[in-house]
Design a protein around this ligand. Sequence first.
Ligand code: H2U
Ligand code: ZN
Length: 345
Amino acid sequence: MEIIWNTPHRRFNPLTEEWILVSPQRTKRPWLGQQEPVKESLRNRYQPDCYLCPGNLRAGGQRNPDYKKTFVFTNDFPALIQTPVTPKGKSPPPFFRSESVTGECRVICFSPRHDLTLAEMNPKEIAIVIKVLAEQTEELGKKYRWVQVFENKGEIMGCSNPHPHGQIWASNFLPEKPDKEDRSQKKYYHQHQSPLLLDYAQEELVCQQRVVAANRDWLVVVPFWAVWPFETLVIPRIPVRRLPGLTAEQRFSLAGILKQLLVKYDNLFQTSFPYSMGWHGAPFGQGDYSHWQLHAHFYPPLLRSATIKKFMVGYEMLAEPQRDITPEQAAEKLKEQPESHYHNL
Ligand code: H2U
Ligand code: ZN
């Protein structure tokens, strides 16, 4: 039976073990704010002053090679560095607790072309990006506990340059969010002898209400507990712990489903859809990680047009996340978007 949600309720996120407030009745409230379509400026294939384009000088003083496909370099302004620093002086009182950290930060240029986004690259090119990300994860995982692959897309998300790129930050510590996911997945695995997200994917496939796209190996859903209006979760339908664990075929089917999702995202408000996205896989190091299932989170901020975003303010900052449009409505809107990019129509 399909459940209809039209009154206020809370939903539980089993990955973070946090609740979110859903208020579907509010979608009827009047909106007096702006709702303008954005004018898109045409971008060149090559931009002489772009620090990510092939052959150009970066802000850090180094010159990019004349790269022809996906290219990775060490971030010139890294948030984490390799040299361990031991704090000097006597130990501080407990309120001033801290720890030193080490790590490495890299930038990945998805394409030499300045005018593309992942949504407009073809699945073959996207599969190369996935392969490079898997290789980077594997290499850095030999040295670090956690490798975070992510992409900030769009000015609204603080992205500094429209040239298609992502980032890789590796650290000797397990950061807060993956640490929570590690604990919750471990707990579930001990209770059910099966990975939480694999069971969840199965349930979503049966229910179908939140499925945006699916192929043989992959599933894209607006999770039941989504906070951002059009948030999605990309999950393999077979057990996979980390990006390097994917076969060539699975990387290719992933490229296909990402292309589908990203085209739908762009078509939704006829704009290059902004988001922060990233991959979560099992941490590296000693231990049994059978409880882990690889997945990607897409967190897009837009709510009702190319310019109107959801603000995580007031109640969200002080109480808990809240949304109006239900995850089921969001999934429906995404699912009904054409498979062909609006630029090609
Ligand atoms: P964002 O657009 O997601 O902020 O990523 C750009 C990254 O690129 C950012 O971390 C790095 C910045 O430090 N960068 C370089 O390493 N070299 C440059 O010449 C400019 C930007
Ligand atoms: Zn460029």
